[in-house]
Design a protein around this ligand. Structure first.
Ligand SMILES: Nc1ncnc2c1ncn2[C@@H]1O[C@H](COP(=O)(O)OP(=O)(O)OP(=O)(O)O)[C@@H](O)[C@H]1O
Length: 267
């Protein structure tokens, strides 16, 4: 299993849209994908998928359900752990609550990818998700404030964990040259000041069909499978699939290891 965070410095840059559509593209390629809403403030993966969750992590923390029992299967080939109440609780659990969160995790062994849509910024909980994951995709647009905030995330993460594998996805570009410019300027600062490389895994243009898909609460890849932007999202998914993370998979149950890191259990 690969555990991948999708994050951004600035809000509203298309992080959730990319998490959903990349998840679907990876599922189309035959992998089992579990999407997790890690946004502690404005949980909206389920909203963009047109799903109203009945159960959340809150039910897990309080022992009413196990994590596998709150998974929702969607009509789009990906499964979902909805966010909302409970996600923030993960940061501050008692020993008993930690044990509850760990129940039944072996049932999640069959997933190939856990993709976590985090909130935006460098809040403590967001950084926890990133540090506990195998790899992180940072979404930015070419807008200067989005770039500055993306750099802030990169700096925060690499200063705490220099081995973190960071990938860049440039969204809402007008031309491919925009994406190249963004990737070059962010790579330059990470190379120079942090001696780390930032791999650009692709770009997605501004596309009003993406905007409309949000209003319709249906994924872009389902509504517009032949759009050029959908093809670019499939290419990004392919790049992710063919670039395995460098870390060795030492742990039989990756989700258990991940959650232990997330909620602060000693392993
Ligand atoms: N490539 C694109 N072309 C046009 N519109 C886009 C594109 N990508 C995202 N959007 C639009 O941008 C808006 C914000 O997208 P989204 O909710 O995915 O951002 P986010 O980064 O997850 O936001 P938040 O920080 O609030 O969670 C949505 O209305 C979405 O339709």
């Amino acid at each position: 299993m690969r555990i991948l965070c999708i994050t951004s410095g600035k809000g509203g840059v298309g992080k959730t849209t990319m998490a959903i559509n990349l998840g679907i593209a990876i599922a189309n390629a035959g992998r089992r994908v579990l999407l997790m809403d890690g946004d502690l403030g404005l949980a909206n993966l389920n909203v963009l998928l047109g799903i109203v969750p009945k159960l959340t992590i809150h039910d897990v923390v309080h022992g009413r359900k196990t994590l596998p029992q709150i998974i929702i299967s969607t009509p789009y080939g990906v499964d979902l752990i909805a966010g909302g109440s409970g996600m923030a609780e993960l940061a501050d659990l008692t020993a008993m609550e930690r044990q509850r969160v760990m129940r039944g995790l072996e049932l999640l062994d069959g997933y190939d990818f856990l993709m976590i849509d985090t909130g935006a910024g460098i809040g403590e909980n967001i950084v926890r998700f990133i540090l506990a994951s195998d790899e992180t995709v940072i979404v930015t647009t070419p807008h200067p404030t989005s770039l500055t905030d993306a750099y802030g995330v990169i700096k925060t993460i690499l200063s705490q964990q220099p081995s973190t594998q960071l990938k860049l996805l440039v969204n809402c570009v007008n031309t491919p040259a925009d994406a190249q410019r963004v990737a070059a300027s962010l790579s330059r600062v990470t190379d120079t000041f942090m001696h780390s490389t930032l791999e650009c895994i692709g770009y997605v243009p501004v596309d009003m069909r993406i905007e409309k898909s949000i209003l319709m609460q249906k994924p872009h890849l389902i509504l517009n499978p032949n759009a050029p932007s959908a093809k670019l999202i499939h290419e990004i998914a392919h790049r992710l699939l063919t670039s395995a993370p460098l870390t060795q998979d030492k742990h039989a149950n990756k989700i258990e290891f991940f959650l232990k890191k997330l909620v602060g259990c000693s392993t």
